[in-house]
Design a protein around this ligand. Structure first.
Ligand SMILES: NC(=O)c1ccc[n+]([C@@H]2O[C@H](COP(=O)([O-])OP(=O)(O)OC[C@H]3O[C@@H](n4cnc5c(N)ncnc54)[C@H](O)[C@@H]3O)[C@@H](O)[C@H]2O)c1
Ligand SMILES: O=c1ccn([C@@H]2O[C@H](COP(=O)(O)OP(=O)(O)O[C@H]3OC[C@](O)(CO)[C@H]3O)[C@@H](O)[C@H]2O)c(=O)[nH]1
Length: 386
């Protein structure tokens, strides 16, 4: 493998990365990228390994031995500090991060996103190890514009909705809207990391992902996850499409999101990993401001793309409205709009997303169809009564 160069033309030394939450959606893609394109070693920590099992099989692949899986729960495992000490860099992805959990399991959500992350920050700080911590775009909460009258012309002014790392406020709902337990826990861990940097010199980078989507995201209920489970929107709507049932639109599907392809986003993370001088001390939005849709538009586009990749005709009534109370339960609330400002990541790392929403849905839904269609068909065949 040719020596890799950083953005300032310096050779990059191979490093050891302690990746916590390596078995999840983002972790699995990051591990794949690191194995395929870099000489770095990965200590992969998670309670699950299904999504990276193809990387762990002892075969003749050139990365054999560069990735080692450690099955552990960071809540209670004395091996954590030792593994952080063995590495040059720790990346913390571990979290409960599905909105259906925020209002129904608020304690687990707060513990996972704040309390469980504390030892990771402490061990990195005490052992002078660099930390890349995964936060979320949800720390911005709602836009300032959402509080303006519906007909206010200011709602169209980007100053009232574009989300900037260094100037936008974090606007959450009231305490009984437990949806915000996740965002609030993420915000507090960001503040703690920032303070460790300011007071104790911790080298940190904070990532705020804006709806990264792609293959291996979450699970399909009843196939590789619980039948009653509610994953994030991509998997929910994929599940509806695979089962040929109408796509559920929460509160009319009016909320807006920007979706970025996981493969584009992983490029940004690799730039952070390999350019510490440009990434340390920064908080980065990572998203695609050009891929904005309402959830209703997302559902309509997914319906068209799925018909194309599966060869199956679309349903006559492809969507159905459902209230947030019915879908998520008491205490749900929502972010109205999420457009990332890209100035900082552009200036520091020169990163820009490339993939259009249509293209990323085409490759993702091809994967969903290939991975799940047969299993769904089998699961839907009713046993014949004897
Ligand atoms: N995917 C996105 O668009 C997105 C958006 C915003 C923020 N994020 C953040 O990025 C990170 C990764 O997200 P993801 O989409 O890959 O989620 P994911 O749920 O697929 O991955 C998280 C992984 O962490 C593991 N984990 C959780 N608790 C653990 C513990 N106590 N010990 C060991 N492992 C544990 C889980 O088993 C899982 O494999 C999270 O911190 C999330 O909040 C993701
Ligand atoms: O079947 C469904 C499922 C969801 N919705 C609505 O879609 C919007 C997006 O939902 P989702 O992707 O599940 O989650 P959020 O974008 O609200 O939150 C995530 O953003 C980043 C992250 O931090 C981690 O991924 C997480 O908190 C939303 O409006 C749902 O109500 C739907 O209509 N139908």
């Amino acid at each position: 493998m040719a020596t890799r160069m950083d953005l300032d033309g310096r050779p990059i030394k191979p490093m050891t990365i302690c990746m916590i939450g390596a078995g999840g959606f983002i972790g699995s893609h990051l591990c794949e990228k690191l194995m395929a394109e870099t000489p770095h070693k990965v200590l992969a920590l998670d309670v699950y390994s299904d999504k990276i099992k193809h990387l762990l099989e002892p075969d003749s692949r050139s990365w054999a031995g560069r990735i080692v899986f450690h099955r552990l729960n960071i809540k209670h495992d004395s091996r954590l500090e030792g593994l952080i000490k063995m590495a040059d860099l720790t990346i913390n992805l571990a979290a409960i991060c599905t909105p259906a959990d925020y209002n129904t399991r608020p304690l687990d959500t707060i513990y996972s996103n704040f309390i469980d992350a504390l030892p990771v920050v402490k061990y990195c700080s005490e052992n002078n190890k660099r930390l890349i911590h995964f936060s979320t775009c949800e720390v911005y909460g709602k836009t300032i514009g959402s509080f303006l009258p519906k007909d206010s012309p200011l709602r169209k002014d980007p100053a009232y909705y574009v989300l900037k790392e260094d100037t936008s406020p974090c606007i959450f709902g009231s305490i009984e809207k437990q949806r915000w337990s996740y965002a609030c826990a993420k915000q507090l861990i960001e503040r703690l990391i920032y303070a460790e940097g300011a007071e104790n010199g911790l080298d940190f980078t904070i990532v705020r992902p804006f709806n990264w989507i792609g293959p291996r995201m979450d699970f399909i209920p009843g196939i590789d996850g619980p039948s009653e489970g509610v994953p994030r929107v991509l998997a929910c709507l994929s599940n509806n499409l695979l089962r040929r049932e109408p796509l559920k639109l929460v509160d009319g599907g009016e909320s807006q999101r920007t979706f970025v392809y996981i493969m584009d986003a992983i490029e940004a993370v690799l730039l952070m990993i390999e350019n510490p001088d440009r990434a340390n001390g920064h908080i980065f939005n990572v998203g695609n401001p050009n891929n904005e849709v309402t959830v209703r538009q997302l559902a309509e586009m997914m319906t068209k793309v799925y018909a194309k990749v599966s060869g199956e005709p679309s349903l006559e009534s492809p969507t159905i409205d459902v209230s947030s109370k019915e879908f998520y339960g008491e205490g749900y609330d929502d972010s109205d709009k999420r457009i990332p400002d890209m100035t900082i990541i552009n200036r520091q790392l020169g990163w820009n997303p490339k993939t259009t929403l249509w293209d990323l849905l085409e490759s993702t839904l091809t994967y969903q169809h290939r991975t799940y269609a047969e299993a769904i068909k089998k699961s839907m065949v009713k046993p014949i009564a004897s």
